[in-house]
Ligand binder design. Structure first.
Ligand code: UTP
Length: 227
């Protein structure tokens, strides 16, 4: 396949799973991804079903390791919904190792991963995948850009249109609880990874199709740009 730039994508589970994989949302995201004509290295998150699966493990007295493993399983299910929506060019499998995904990037237009090991999140996986295939741009799709506080709880929370890596790291440090199903602005490990590799990161609302398209194309959007 001809050499073109890769863009890494972290697709928040909150967009694709509100209790079960949402095929309709997977297909509308896939449509936008295809319109950009870019080569995409995609990692898909777990969403509500992953949090429920993790909680079910805890209720049975299982450790955080098993709560994470249950979450990872759901990320793969969501990733497969997106893979099917993207069709042939997304290949036949969901990768759970970075080197396998990097190898497939030589022959596929889209490579798709779910979670990998307990203790991290698909945000960090997306950054590691970006490093593995040499992507210098990453797009994080969730339901929000980055704010100074939680905009649903704090009316004065301010949206950042630009941030330095150090500012993102300090915001993520406040939210880091290292527990399955907890919510970070962007996982702290993920922030450190984009910082060390100088990967430019765009944070947009995945429900806004023109923002999704513009972020993937590196154009102006209504979200937050880091780096
Ligand atoms: P994510 O945390 O990455 O998805 O994975 P999410 O939180 O639903 O996505 P957002 O909030 O929309 O961005 C779900 C869970 O799977 C486990 C963690 O427990 C995580 O909370 N996981 C995921 C891992 O343990 N390792 C991984 O590599 C990925």
């Amino acid at each position: 396949m001809a050499e073109t730039k890769w863009v890494a994508l972290s697709v928040g589970g909150s967009l694709l799973n509100d209790g079960k994989p949402n095929a309709k949302m997977a297909s509308s995201l896939a449509k936008i991804f295809m319109q950009t004509k870019m080569r995409l290295a995609i990692v898909v998150g777990g969403g509500k079903e992953a949090r429920e699966a993790a909680d079910a493990q805890r209720k049975m007295g299982k450790s955080e390791f098993y709560a994470d493993m249950a979450g990872i399983k759901v990320t793969h299910k969501n990733a497969d919904a997106l893979r099917q929506a993207l069709g042939k060019e997304a290949g036949k499998k969901i990768f759970s190792d970075f080197e396998g995904a990097a190898k497939a990037s030589h022959t596929q237009k889209y490579v798709i991963m779910g979670g990998t090991i307990p203790g991290i999140t698909t945000d960090a996986d997306a950054c590691l995948l970006a490093e593995a295939i040499g992507a210098k741009q990453l797009v994080n799709l969730s339901k929000t850009a980055i704010y100074s506080g939680d905009p649903s709880k704090n009316k004065n929370a301010k949206k950042f249109s630009r941030l330095k890596y150090s500012q993102l790291i300090s915001l993520a440090t406040k939210g880091d609880k290292r527990k399955a199903g907890t919510h970070f602005v962007f996982d702290l490990l993920a922030c450190s990874l984009i910082s060390r590799s100088k990967i430019k990161a765009h944070f947009v609302d995945g429900r806004n199709s023109s923002d999704v398209k513009n972020a993937i194309l590196g154009k102006k959007h209504n979200g937050t740009v880091v780096g």
